[in-house]
Design a binder for this molecule. Structure first.
Ligand SMILES: *[C@@H]1O[C@H](CO)[C@@H](O)[C@H](O)[C@H]1NC(C)=O
Ligand SMILES: *[C@@H]1O[C@H](CO)[C@@H](O)[C@H](O)[C@H]1NC(C)=O
Ligand SMILES: *[C@@H]1O[C@H](CO)[C@@H](O)[C@H](O)[C@H]1NC(C)=O
Ligand SMILES: *[C@@H]1O[C@H](CO)[C@@H](O)[C@H](O)[C@H]1NC(C)=O
Ligand SMILES: *[C@@H]1O[C@H](CO)[C@@H](O)[C@H](O)[C@H]1NC(C)=O
Length: 434
């Protein structure tokens, strides 16, 4: 059914709950599944770029203004970066959901599943859960959905909330909005009364072994919003290593301060035209000795469009074409190595280097309002040895109008979404040692 090689990232196991005062920290470990598959570095990077492009397509058209066909960049490469494993109901039924900071609804495929895609786990069966309840269509939760209606008694239980939630790539899920207990696998900790979509009609690009999606966006239906956490964080280990990564909800301040260096903080900006995304205020980019001549307006929101977001579900940072070309050219001019002639299918810009030379690479610095993200070499270039020679590639891609900070650039960085204070903070960290 699912080809092993196509599954990029899975989340492994365990979650530990620690009680400190009233707040419980939820810890989840994530593992980059590509790491154990013996993929050549170039192939790994190619797959990450394809996923980043597919995700950009899914997201950019979320206002339905730029429809993108499902599977445009699919090529058998899933769009998922991380799967969260949890369980819903009493007794708990396991689900595995794509972690998505670019959407809000939590949903999983649901019996009787008249139109579902294949999944590895059994479909969630609401009829066997003793704690499940339907929501009514005049509830606040139901009214918080972009598209919802009242079930008509002919097809649905009377006055229940029926949702339709669609993504920019035309993937769509329709079903009942239900409320049930969520159990975080491992520690057996559970939270009652979480609203989620029981997806009966689900269609689109779902090829990552997921049973649904867990929205981590800023809207009221997302997992962080419903759990009413003040913050959450993630810390990704090196993508080509085997060490587990971590997601924390409501983390203690002392843990966060254990990074290696000064904590940098920048405001999280709201975009009324898209209340789900985490927008940042990016001011400029420096490559080595050169602050690029990019007007700030390249990175800012223009009447609800464009702007800069941070997205844990995107692998590679993407820049608008004009900015991308400036970065690429400044990089090439400072590294001073021959350009590898382009392969039209290759999304990366690469230079040819002497074997094992570890050539000089300029710094790449992102200047945010109030914060500087100084990327270490391994967070924006990758080096591949290939038939007796070596190539050095820029791990950034050319994208649409939205600048997206992807997770490759966040390796070994503890990134905190401070929802209470509308701030994003980050600090270099050894993510396997959190
Ligand atoms: C898909 O998920 C199932 C259930 O968690 C798991 O057993 C299986 O290994 C996964 N398949 C891949 C290819 O990761
Ligand atoms: C459906 O619910 C509405 C509002 O409670 C009620 O007025 C109506 O009679 C119900 N219809 C049926 C068929 O139960
Ligand atoms: C996260 O939020 C909780 C309250 O919800 C707070 O106690 C804790 O200090 C916050 N952690 C950080 C790192 O800001
Ligand atoms: C801004 O966007 C709104 C809604 O799309 C539109 O009605 C308005 O004309 C736009 N304003 C400008 C200055 O582009
Ligand atoms: C160019 O891309 C094709 C298709 O992916 C691949 O088979 C070929 O090896 C690539 N050529 C180089 C020089 O990388």
């Amino acid at each position: 059914m699912q080809n092993l090689a196509f599954v990029i990232v899975t989340l492994l196991a365990a979650l530990a709950i620690s009680r400190c005062n009233a707040a419980a920290t939820v810890r989840m470990q994530l593992t980059h599944a590509d790491a154990g598959r013996g993929l050549a570095a170039r192939e790994l990077m190619q797959r990450m770029a394809l996923r980043s492009k597919a995700r950009a397509a899914r997201r950019l058209s979320s206002s339905a203004s730029a429809p993108v066909s499902p599977g445009t960049y699919d090529n058998g490469v899933p769009t998922t970066e991380y799967l969260v494993h949890l369980a819903i109901g009493t007794p708990p039924q396991p689900v595995q959901l794509t972690l998505d900071t670019g959407s809000d609804l939590i949903w999983t495929q649901c019996q009787p599943c008249p139109a579902c895609f294949d999944q590895a786990l059994p479909y969630f069966d609401p009829s066997t859960s003793s704690t499940l309840s339907l929501t009514s269509c005049d509830s606040t939760l139901c009214q918080g959905l972009p598209v919802a209606s009242c079930g008509s008694p002919k097809f649905w239980p009377n006055q229940t909330c029926v949702y339709t939630y669609s993504y920019g790539d035309k993937s769509v899920t329709t079903g009942f909005l239900e409320v049930d207990k969520f159990t975080f696998v491992g520690a057996g900790a559970s939270v009652p009364g979480v609203a989620f979509g029981c997806g009966l009609f689900n269609n689109g690009v779902f090829k990552s072994n997921e049973t649904g999606i867990a929205g981590f966006g800023r809207g009221p239906l997302s997992l962080p919003s419903q759990l009413k956490v003040g913050n959450f964080s993630h810390c990704f280990t090196a993508v080509n290593g085997l060490k587990p990564s971590t997601v924390l909800l409501d983390l203690p301040a002392d843990l966060y301060k254990s990074g290696r260096g000064a904590v940098q903080s920048t405001p999280l900006i709201q975009n009324p035209a898209n209340p789900t995304f985490y927008y940042l205020s990016l001011k400029g980019i420096t490559v080595g000795s050169t602050r690029l001549p990019v007007p700030e307006s390249e990175f800012t929101l223009k009447n609800g469009t464009g702007g800069t977001i941070i997205d844990s579900g995107t692998a590679m940072t993407s820049l608008p074409t004009r900015v991308y070309r400036l970065v690429r050219d400044a990089f090439a001019a400072q590294v001073k190595l021959p350009v590898v002639s382009g392969n039209t299918t290759d999304p990366y810009f690469c230079l040819s280097a002497p074997l094992r030379a570890k050539p000089y690479v300029p710094k790449l610095v992102l200047h945010f309002e109030g914060a500087t993200m100084d990327l270490p070499r391994e967070n924006y270039v990758f080096e591949v040895e290939d038939a007796g020679s070596s190539i050095l590639c820029l791990a950034i891609i050319e994208g649409g109008e939205v600048t997206t900070i992807g997770n490759f650039q966040q390796q070994n960085m503890h990134v905190l979404y401070d929802l209470q204070n509308s701030k994003l903070s980050f600090v270099p960290a050894q993510c396997d040692k959190l």
